[in-house]
Design a protein around this ligand. Structure first.
Ligand code: DGL
Length: 268
């Protein structure tokens, strides 16, 4: 089956914005030759403040169209919010392998010494049954404290645009987790939004050196590597990114995306 895949067929990475770049960075480290198409649904950003129905409809619709148009070999939903809500639905719609993003509760449970784990995600992610099930399966003997940190998504987007990060917002998320019962014993924090590793330095600054962060990007890259094992890769054209809205806003992202090997940015 794998032998028949066109070597120039891309891996499609999808997020609401720039967060999926943190997954792309890990993917490039493992599969530098793999052609990549990055799709950012910035017209829908932030997903975290939308309803489940809105997110599922956007993600399934857009990925369906992109898959028909570009015939990727695999799609990766590089977004925790979209994955925890719509992964199963997207898998039913697309005929290619779909890799999702799972909040890294399992590795965090293995890392924590104090038994208290913080989890930062979007409003929509932290209320998902998907997260309840991960907690029950991998961290039932730990304390998992979840906090919605919507401001961090914009902080990460701003940093990628080359703007100064609002450290008050970062500080509020650290204080918010610490203020929860048992929060002062947190030693491990799950970054359950692909945007957040973009501001990991700022988060580390606020949480202090004794807290470690864990995210799913490396695991996703490994999963993609294993699903494309023995497949050939050859770039037919430079990797590129597509946005669902607006020229001027896209310009502000050029440098940040170019650092991730995405020189050509345009509209869907
Ligand atoms: N990057 C997305 C995630 O991993 C969320 C950003 C948003 O709220 O749109 O959850």
């Amino acid at each position: 089956m794998t032998a028949r895949i066109d070597p120039s067929s891309a891996i499609l990475l999808f997020d609401s914005g720039a967060g999926g770049l943190t997954v792309l960075a890990e993917l490039r480290a493992l599969l530098p030759e793999a052609p990549v198409i990055y799709v950012a649904d910035n017209a829908g950003l932030p997903y975290g403040e939308k309803s489940e129905a809105q997110i599922a409809a956007r993600v399934a619709g857009l990925l369906g169209r992109m898959t028909e148009r570009f015939k990727p070999r695999l799609a990766c939903i590089a977004c925790n919010t979209a994955s925890t809500i719509a992964l199963e639905m997207v898998r039913e719609v697309l005929e290619i392998p779909v890799v999702g993003t799972v909040p890294a509760i399992k590795p965090a449970a293995a890392m924590t010494q104090t038994g208290v784990i913080g989890l930062l995600g979007t409003q929509a992610t932290i209320r998902q049954g998907y997260v309840d099930r991960l907690e029950a399966r991998f961290a039932s003997d730990k304390k998992l404290l979840r906090l919605a940190a919507p401001g961090l998504v914009e902080a990460a987007e701003a940093k990628l645009r080359g703007e100064v990060v609002n450290t008050d917002i970062v500080k509020r998320s650290a204080e918010g987790l610490r203020a929860m019962p048992g929060g002062n014993r947190i030693d491990t924090v799950v970054l359950a939004c692909t945007h957040f590793p973009l501001i990991e330095d700022e988060l580390q600054q606020e949480f202090g050196p004794d807290v470690r962060f864990v995210d799913g990007a490396k695991g996703i890259a490994r999963r993609i590597e294993s699903l494309t094992q023995a497949q050939e890769f050859r770039r037919g054209r430079p990797d590129f990114a597509l946005f669902t809205q607006n020229g001027q806003a896209i310009d502000a992202y050029r440098e940040g995306f170019a650092r991730h090997g995405l020189e050509e940015l345009s509209l869907v």
